[in-house]
Design a protein around this ligand. Structure first.
Ligand code: HEM
Length: 455
């Protein structure tokens, strides 16, 4: 069955129940139509009782095929404008489009919002930076900014290059074509090694490396969990134990620059900084794995980009172009939204946002604005070459005091990956289909298969 796309939404018939449950339709389990009705009624009543109006849009739950279409919110924006309401992921959600508007919302409502993310406080005090506010956030963010500065990426560059080269060899050694699951596993393995090195001072040849990797894979086999369960407590305790083994070893050594060493030397290793360190390694390896998977897919249909990199003998120019490739991939995919929860009622640009509802700054859609990015769905890294000013249009790393601390690493590590891949491999996409709505983000279709050949 061919599902209608948003491009021809107006002409699309409403699907019948039997059609929706066909093999190709996504499962209906994610839908909560009754909850949506109740949530909508509550939000409307609250707005009326305050003499206010909710933003335009509908709180009725959309058909699953619309929710699974990456263009869904773009189509709503065209109808309703830059602030709209929708029922998303079981919540009343206010969507805000555009960098300037998103930034203003975050700045004006700093004290009324909090990061809508997994609660890690059952595992360690204050939880992760993303969920912190006020003084604890200022204190630990400052500490980690210093820790990132101290972790000189250049000093680890040769080791990172080796890890990436080993990973590229593994991709070429898999029975071809490699499936998406095999590619993700291979990338994640390499990114675990990179994150363990930079954050936890753990190298691949350290005696506890395999133990740590095994615990991480049990703690979060498919990215960060939504709620900490008893098993997470147990694995987290094991991870802390292995980290403390490593910490006591490096007290007497002077290893390469890394975060654990920095925190030890600064005497700032406490439950909260350890928790953030361990969780950052998990989120970092998973998110970057997602980005690198997109890069493989994008570069698989843009062989000219690989040629350009491999033929350019000017190292500085080549590195700048590889960084532009990563920035363009981030514009097109992986960075999708910033989520906040309203801690109290909010009025923004005249619209009422009820307490307890979600605010979504729509980054993916903002990155597709044709006024800011010509031919916005085209993969074109040259947009990011030269002295481009994109601060009012481009925000893959966030917009406020919670901006990603790993931003610089993501671009630099991605550039190493792109450069090494262009020098060592060529690949062809053997099968593919439309992206799917994964646990956290849109992801390439599970049918993606790529044939890798050594150059
Ligand atoms: C493709 C990979 C990544 C993307 C697209 C990404 C994107 C983001 C975004 C958009 C935010 C802001 C969230 C918000 O405002 O709610 C954020 C926060 C954060 N990111 Fe990343 N990130 C990535 C990888 C990493 C890595 C590798 C690290 C560290 C090793 C990292 C560390 C952090 C931290 C610590 C925060 C929270 C900062 C705070 O709340 O003060 N990220 N990231």
């Amino acid at each position: 069955m061919q599902l209608p796309t948003l491009k021809n939404l107006a002409a699309a018939p409403t699907l019948g129940e039997d059609q929706r449950q066909s093999d190709t339709a996504p499962p209906l389990l994610k839908r909560h139509p009754i909850k949506a009705l109740l949530g909508a009624a509550k939000a409307h009543m609250r707005a009326v009782s305050r003499g206010r109006s909710l933003p335009p849009g509908s709180l009725a739950e959309a058909e699953q095929y619309l929710l699974d279409d990456p263009h869904y919110l773009l189509s709503l924006q065209k109808i309703h404008g830059p602030i709209l309401k929708a029922w998303l992921h079981g919540k009343v959600t206010t969507c805000i489009f555009g960098v300037a508007l998103g930034r203003r919302f975050l700045a004006e409502n700093e004290d009324k919002i909090t990061g809508a993310t997994t609660d890690f406080t059952p595992l360690f005090p204050h939880g992760v930076l993303r969920q912190m506010n006020g003084e604890p956030h200022r204190e630990y963010r400052r500490l980690f900014i210093e820790a990132f500065k101290a972790t000189d990426l250049a000093a680890s560059q040769p080791a990172i290059r080796d890890i990436v080269d080993d990973m590229l060899s593994s991709l070429a050694d898999i029975a071809q074509p490699a499936s998406l699951a095999e590619m993700r596993e291979t990338l994640k393995h390499a990114l675990s090694a990179i994150m363990f090195r930079l954050l936890l001072s753990i190298e691949r040849d350290w005696s506890g490396y395999d133990r740590m990797l095994a615990v991480y894979d049990r703690y979060a086999p498919n990215g960060t969990f939504k709620t900490a369960k008893p098993a997470h407590h147990q694995y987290f305790a094991e991870m802390k134990e292995i980290l403390s083994e490593r910490a006591s070893e490096i007290r007497s050594q002077k290893p390469f620059p890394n975060m654990l060493s920095y925190l030890l030397a600064a005497d700032r290793l406490d439950e909260t900084s350890i928790g953030n360190l361990l969780q950052m390694a998990e989120a970092g390896r998973y998110d970057v794995m997602g980005l690198w998977t997109w890069l493989l897919r994008m570069l698989g249909t843009n062989g000219d980009v690989l040629e350009r990199i491999s033929q350019d003998s000017d190292e500085t120019r080549r590195a700048a172009y590889c960084e532009a490739v990563v920035m363009e991939a981030l514009r097109l995919e992986q960075s999708e939204f910033l989520l906040r929860r309203a801690n109290s009622d909010i009025v923004f640009d005249g619209f009422f946002i009820p307490k307890g509802s979600i605010i979504r700054i729509a980054i993916w859609e903002t990155h597709k604005d044709p006024e800011k990015f010509k031919d916005p769905f085209r993969f074109d890294p040259t947009r990011f070459l030269g002295s481009v000013r994109l601060s009012d249009a481009y925000a893959p790393f966030g917009l406020d005091k919670h901006r990603c601390l790993g931003a610089d690493w993501i671009v630099k590590l991605g550039a190493i990956f792109v450069e090494r891949a262009a020098l060592k491999l060529r690949w062809d996409i053997i099968s593919d289909a439309a992206p799917v709505n994964g646990t956290f983000h849109f992801e390439p279709s599970p049918t993606l298969a790529i044939r890798f050949d050594r150059v």
